[in-house]
Design a protein around this ligand. Sequence first.
Ligand code: NAP
Length: 257
Amino acid sequence: MEERRLGPVVGLGTWNTFEGDVELAHRVAGAAREEGCGLFDTSPMYGSEEALGSAIAERRVEATVATKIWAGSIEEGRQQFEDQLRWFGRVEIEQVHNLVSWEEHLSWLEAERDRGTVDRLGVTHFQASAFPELARALRTGSFSTLQVPYNPLERECERELLPLAKELGVAVIAMRPLGAKSRLRSPPPPEALAPLRELGISTWPQALIKWALSDGRVDVVIPATRNPDHVRENARAGNPPWLGEEERRLIEQLART
Ligand SMILES: NC(=O)c1ccc[n+]([C@@H]2O[C@H](COP(=O)([O-])OP(=O)(O)OC[C@H]3O[C@@H](n4cnc5c(N)ncnc54)[C@H](OP(=O)(O)O)[C@@H]3O)[C@@H](O)[C@H]2O)c1
């Protein structure tokens, strides 16, 4: 099976971040690029694409744009894609957002990939109830990336999707690595992280990011932030040494308490 890995690497999520604020997009995306986090996940749903396009226009070739089509009709999807070509020039990873009308979109997206305006096609969903449908989409062989939630409190993808992605050579992008608005956002006391310090972890977000990236089946972890200092902090979790089973279990225990 052809291996089509993208990582392991930390990227940047853009939901609920800079939206139309071009100046903020320049600061946040600029920090990400300085730190080597060159994969940017976005979507027409987030209202952030145009600002992101402006922020990465310089040295565009060094960035990987992972955006999405989020449209109930082919006409609307094509319009979203036209906008994306205007803002990004081309799209490295075009994902069908939450599987919306994925079977309808597939043939024109494959034609764009054949034309070279897109490198890879992918699928995303945020709900475990949609995972059987994600698996069905992957089995068509048309998609080479999968984006699903992955953090110590959301591990449903381990059952079928991560093994399937590995079998098919599909690259995995982990959304919601910090648990978005869940109780993962309350960090354990700093001393609880002491055993992880020699593995390059000094904060709770770093522990969660490294937890996800240390699963060898995960390629990219995309924490979202509006804060350039958080970008820098998160990026530091993107380097080896990776965590072993024991360290991952410690983080899982801390997440549950
Ligand atoms: N269906 C889909 O395709 C789908 C669904 C969900 C998510 N996604 C993608 O996945 C990305 C990530 O998921 P998410 O945005 O839901 O959640 P997340 O990345 O797990 O959490 C984002 C939250 O973490 C905070 N944060 C980030 N770094 C931090 C740090 N170092 N210290 C403290 N707080 C920190 C951010 O606030 P600050 O701004 O204050 O840092 C923000 O409130 C999204 O942005 C999106 O690109 C895709």
